[in-house]
Design a protein. Structure first.
Length: 241
């Protein structure tokens, strides 16, 4: 079995090395003679040292010139050689227990893929409340967060990968498509809960509570426009770091 770990990166020089190292450490702690792997960082038209730092950390780097998260993830998948794909955001870190759970899920052969609940060290109380709400939604509908999506490569290709019409919530759309693909074949799409993904709370520090709440209300009240327009999504695309 071959696992391709794909990390989209847009101006992530502050965190990309930690992310890549967390992948290496987690894989090293879960050595398996039947497992091979590769780490692919997708430089999504960064203007900083993200690509150079990723190469120095030991990852293969590919370039996607159009700044869109779905395109970056798809570019990584196109370069991948694995029969399973693991997408993790550059501001997140894998852990040994999570990777063990993912590998066990793959070996059991009952899932088309999975997501994970998250923890966000350093988040204020209101930020943790938002995360807690998302966790409930994720578990109820079995929607993966964009910070971590794992799936069979053949299923990913069959459903068309991440939507390039969306600038946000493309992971939810993919989760829905993978669930349908899996259901036809007696396979589940699960959300892992035992070893949460650690993800950065930087957005809660870089943006005011008013900016964040305003952004999410816009997403909820006007999804047909906001989800398809990068200009309406500064928290994802303005490059503030």
């Amino acid at each position: 079995m071959r696992l391709s770990i794909i990390i989209p990166a847009f101006n992530e020089e502050q965190l990309i090395e930690q992310c890549v190292q967390s992948v290496f450490n987690s894989l090293a702690a879960n050595k398996d003679p039947d497992l091979t792997s590769e780490i692919i960082v997708v430089d999504n038209n960064s203007t900083d040292r993200s690509a150079d730092l990723a190469r120095k950390a030991g990852a293969k780097v590919v370039f996607e010139p159009i700044n869109q998260i779905g395109r970056a993830r798809n570019a990584g998948a196109a370069a991948a050689t694995g029969d399973w794909l693991l997408f993790v955001d550059a501001d997140s870190q894998l852990n040994t227990g999570m990777v063990a759970d993912i590998l066990q899920m793959i070996k059991e052969g009952r899932n088309v893929g999975c997501g994970s609940i998250m923890r966000m060290p350093g988040a204020p109380r209101w930020g943790n409340a938002i995360l807690h709400t998302w966790t409930g939604v994720s578990l109820l509908f079995r929607w993966a967060s964009g910070a971590l999506v794992v799936c069979r490569a053949d299923a990913f290709r069959d459903v068309g990968g991440f939507s390039q019409k969306l600038y946000v919530a493309d992971e939810i759309k993919l989760s829905q498509l993978l669930k349908k693909w899996g259901k036809k074949r007696g396979l589940k799409f699960s959300i892992l809960t035992k070893h949460p993904l650690q993800t950065s709370s930087r957005k809660l520090q870089l943006y005011s509570r008013r900016e964040i709440i305003g952004q999410f209300f816009q997403l909820l009240l006007n999804p047909s426009q906001a989800w398809h327009d990068k200009k309406k999504l500064p928290m994802w695309y303005d490059g503030r770091r």
